[in-house]
Design a protein around this ligand. Structure first.
Ligand code: PMP
Length: 288
């Protein structure tokens, strides 16, 4: 692991953060998870744009602006020296007084972590994930807009914990109205009769960059593509369900609450889109 923190690139164990950082104290900050494929950063401009939008939404100024962040990201990824990597880029509110008031924090802190990531066992990536419906709900956008990738991921952490304690891989989160939002760290897609559907951000989904890539690939492949509200029933009624995310990439779903989705072990569309996505990553990277 290589980490850029406070002006230097260090190995993982040497990366330290002061206890006065409001990112640690309150989850006050924003982040991005980004992949490097074959020495090129996947959809870097889109990740930076989302980071900037999230920062603006919480009134956080990114030190050095996006050019500064990009320089740090590139330097850390180059220091990691591997063709494939996962980048975790954070902008915290920085050091401040104890107390939630962010105006005591005058120097936001950039942290860039480069390592590998594996969200699910390799066998599960092929056979499909077992999902449970979480008892938690995704906060409404008027409580905390899901489009902000904030450092406060307690809702996702608790949903994931619930799934793991139940022996499942992942948790499906609904919003307060019972519409499907997403899973703990990935977007949900449902395929039935030639139509691919995924919930809108207004139902509690992050506007995922992998989600956006899949929507583009699928429409180029001539599939019907719709961003629309879904219920749990739509997953039970689907031919195939899969999740998308930077960490997850494209991964099939085998069951929801113990019920098989589609024909067990068979997910030709998910496999086809996964292959197409691998090609897509080759032409949407920014070389290091
Ligand atoms: N939803 C949540 C809550 C996430 O944390 C992520 C991962 N960033 C996603 C969806 C997928 O987004 P992306 O494809 O941009 O990684």
């Amino acid at each position: 692991m290589k980490v850029w923190i406070d002006g230097a690139i260090v190995d993982g164990p040497d990366a330290k953060i002061p206890v006065t950082d409001h990112g640690l104290l309150y989850g006050d900050g924003v982040f991005e998870g980004i992949r490097v494929y074959g020495g090129a950063v996947f959809r870097l401009a889109d990740h930076l744009r989302r980071l900037a939008a999230g920062a603006r939404a919480i009134g956080l100024e990114i030190p050095g602006g996006l050019p500064g962040v990009e320089k740090i990201l590139r330097a850390t990824a180059i220091a990691y020296a591997a063709p494939d990597a996962y980048i975790r880029l954070l902008v915290t509110r920085g050091d401040g007084e104890l107390g939630v008031d962010p105006t005591s924090c005058t120097n936001p802190r950039i942290v860039c972590i480069v390592d590998e990531v594996r969200l699910y066992p390799e066998a599960k990536r092929k056979s499909g994930l077992d999902l449970i419906t979480s008892s938690l709900r995704k906060p409404n956008a008027d409580a905390l807009d899901p489009r902000i990738k904030s450092l406060n991921y307690l809702n996702s952490v608790l949903a994931k914990r619930e799934a793991r304690l139940a022996g499942a891989d992942e948790a499906l989160l609904q919003n307060a109205a019972g519409r499907v939002a997403e899973t703990s760290v990935a977007n949900v897609f449902v395929y039935r009769h030639g139509i691919l559907r995924t919930p809108p951000a207004t139902d509690g989904a992050l506007e995922g960059i992998t989600r956006d890539s899949v929507l583009e690939i699928a429409s180029e492949e001539g599939l019907g593509v719709r961003v629309e509200s879904l219920g749990r029933f739509d997953l039970f009624d689907a031919d195939e369900v899969f999740l998308t995310g930077t960490g997850a990439r494209i991964v099939p779903v085998a069951t929801l609450d113990g019920q098989p989705i589609g024909e067990p072990g068979v997910h030709p569309l998910t496999d086809r889109l996964s292959l197409a996505f691998t090609d897509y990553t080759r032409c949407h990277g920014s070389p290091l």
